[in-house]
Write a protein that binds this ligand. Structure first.
Ligand SMILES: [Zn+2]
Length: 421
């Protein structure tokens, strides 16, 4: 089957992380922790004198990871290795000392893991340029000419502007800045407002993104019913006070910026849509993006109709979640992956892949749409070449991609054919 897609768009990515992971120390194929000793170290694996890697999975190993192993192999450097799920890391004694943490095993979990990650030395500018170029390559190879990044920083934006002006970018990139709470919001909003003045033909600053709930995998996505079909029990969690979200939406819209929100559970999405309705009714107007929107009740979809809303779905997540999805959601399963319900209600929807969590791939999304029908997910009767195209034909419009049976045959960006090597 052959598809010609205009402006092939991955509508939810973590751009820099995609480049970092592509050029960094990947541990996914390690057979046992001791095999680390045989990996030749490259410059791109370092942050300052720290050795940084990702992607290990101890379920494939005969023995668990331990700080002693790292102390033996890397006696002279602090080492930080993130697990494949991004929820824990494996560090050595030197790293623990520098981070100010104690741990008998060298395994840091959740909050300590994220704090450790934040405290790693910055990449050099040259390394960051390398990550940007390698992210462009990763997306181009998969056929994408347009991406929407959810994780912009000031240094990334400045570098992108520089590289865009030097004609080094082979992607049209939209940027969003994540705010974690009201404490950092002023700074992030300022960054968006400033950045917007420096847009280039390949680069747009879109606005603010927040995380309102968690994930289905860790049962932290916020549902209207308890997990696993139980009559009573945990329904997940929200990460923001709604009154704070209200302030963020009002001030983001007042600057003419998009407001994007990570909502995976049906109740999380319902809260946000209800709130956006209330704010709109009082005369404030702006764009709302619902990220993932993996479970939506029909009444929530109906309430979206008067809003300027777009839902960003990643069908490929269904491929990874399908083994447990129905059990976890119980009665709510009938509302999962609602691409067809959104289409029927004419709510604008875009598809993406959430790279580097899933590989960027148009074809995997197509397969997910086809196969999910067998798992009682309603068949998508829309046109995937439309939902996977950037909606604005004036944004680097002279771009298209040809994909045949999963193979990228041609990619044209801004009128220039790109090499598929
Ligand atoms: Zn994401």
């Amino acid at each position: 089957m052959l598809f010609k897609i205009p402006r092939l768009y991955d509508s939810h990515t973590h751009f820099l992380a995609t480049g970092e992971f592509a050029s960094g120390l990947a541990l996914g194929s390690l057979q046992k922790p001791e095999d680390l000793a045989h990996i030749p170290l490259q410059k791109s694996y370092y942050r300052g004198d720290w050795i940084v890697g990702f992607g290990w999975d101890e379920t494939k190993w005969p023995t668990p990871p331990h700080k002693k192993i790292l102390d033996q192999i890397f006696p002279n450097n602090p080492v930080f290795l993130a697990r494949m799920d991004g929820h824990r890391c494996w560090v050595n004694s030197q790293a623990l000392k520098l981070l100010g943490f104690t741990s008998d095993t060298g395994i840091l979990i959740e909050k300590e893991h994220l704090q450790a990650w934040d405290r790693l030395p910055e990449f050099t500018k040259e390394q960051q340029r390398g990550h940007i170029l390698s992210a462009c390559r990763v997306f181009n190879k998969a056929g994408f000419t347009h991406v929407r990044d959810m994780s912009c920083t000031e240094s990334l934006w400045n570098l992108l502007v520089e590289m865009s002006e030097a004609q080094e970018l082979t992607l049209a990139i939209e940027e969003n800045v994540t705010s974690h709470d009201l404490n950092d919001f002023d700074k992030m909003l300022q960054l968006c407002v400033q950045a917007k003045k420096g847009e280039t033909p390949y680069l747009r600053m879109k606005g603010i993104k927040i995380f309102y709930d968690g994930s289905l995998g860790s049962e932290t996505a916020y549902l209207s019913k308890p997990y696993n079909g139980k009559a009573e029990g945990p329904r997940g969690m929200t990460l923001w006070d709604l009154s704070h979200v209200e302030e963020v939406i009002r001030r983001t819209w007042a600057e003419g910026l998009d407001f994007s929100v990570h909502t995976i559970g049906d109740e999380a999405a319902h809260h946000i849509v209800q709130l956006a309705r209330k704010i709109s009714a009082q005369g404030a107007v702006g764009r709302l993006n619902l990220e993932h929107a993996q479970v939506l009740r029909p009444e929530t979809i109906q309430m979206m109709k008067p809003l300027h809303v777009r839902c960003h779905l990643q069908p490929c997540h269904w491929l990874s979640d399908r083994v447990w999805l129905e059990n976890k959601l119980g009665e709510l399963y009938k509302y999962a992956f609602p691409w067809e319900a959104l289409r029927a209600a004419q709510i604008p929807t875009s598809f993406g892949c959430d790279s580097p969590i899933e590989p960027p791939s148009f074809w995997r999304n197509k397969i997910a749409l086809d196969e999910s029908v067998k798992a009682k997910i309603k068949k998508f009767t829309g046109d995937i070449t439309v939902t996977h195209a950037h909606p604005d034909s004036s944004f680097v419009g002279n771009s298209h991609t040809v994909i045949e049976d999963g193979v990228v045959k041609e990619i044209v960006f801004d009128g220039r054919p790109l090499s598929l090597e």
